[in-house]
Design a protein around this ligand. Sequence first.
Ligand code: GAL
Length: 351
Amino acid sequence: MKRSTQSFGKTADGREATLFTVTNDNGMSVSVTDFGATVVKICVPDKNGNVADVALGYDTVKGYENNDCYLGAFVGRYANRIGGAKFTLGGKTYELEKNDNGNCLHGGFDPYSTKMHEYEIIEDEDSIGIEFSRLSPDMEQGFPGNLDYTVTYTLTNDNEFIIEYSAVSDKETIVNFTNHTYFNLGGEASGSIYDHLVRIDADAYTPTDKELIPTGVTASVDGTPLDFRTEKPIGRDINADHIDLKNAGGFDQNFVLKTKAGDATLVATLRDPKSGRKMEVYTDLPGIQLYTGNFLKAENTKGGRSYKRGDGVCFESQYFPNSCNVPAFPYKPLKADEEFNSITVYKFIAE
Ligand code: GAL
């Protein structure tokens, strides 16, 4: 395994960003930056050994400063939507930023994906990790508690890209971290992912209203276009006449997983029949958002090109959206001095 660092450019306000690249013995590499703890590149061989970058993104830090589509973004303090942009904790109601139709999306207007992080390299014989850390101050984005967190990205010789989160707060708070990498196993510039095959091991999902706030119940996937228990192409049912697909303009739903905290379980696979690249998703979190880039529109991306709707697909492991406001959903606030931990693994195979 080897690693290198290079400049990733300067932000408009003069912060110097660094790009860290780790390459394993199979020729797979991952590049991440301290700006936002963002995933910039994931370069994976296909069945013939040809390497392509399967993560959508930008060439320099500049693109990530106004990253409205959250390409490669680490998302905090609370992933996805919080209905009405507020929640109550210990009898107190906290108002958040309304950056999405009166709701709070991915933390609000001041996302973690624009914050500079400290870093530390963790080297082993068969893996190299980069641990990013930061203190999110009390009431940043409107959330209580000084939150000390780490995001560790590790590449192994088994072609696993491991994402681990940990956090501790000095006051009771809520935390829901995710990663918003858009994958295109044909290569980031290869266009639509509608012919990629998806499997998700979920019998249920969380229906939403028109603003994509969960209604508070779970519904069976049985007999619906949301049944991914048998692998199927993304494009097959994306335009089906189903209320949840209409509300979201495609696939943008949270699936209810059969996972256990601390135990990374295989929950989903993505496969590109053309290149033979396959990705397995493992997590210990209770939910995963399948998001097929329905709102994706990004200019001046890698190579000076652009991305449009359907050019990438996200598998965002998470606590269910708005779970801080829905007692029926599996979620517990983080107590003062208690440690938050979660793990998600994207493993790459070529066949
Ligand atoms: C996803 C979310 C989508 C959309 C996207 C960002 O996590 O489910 O509805 O907001 O982020 O464009």
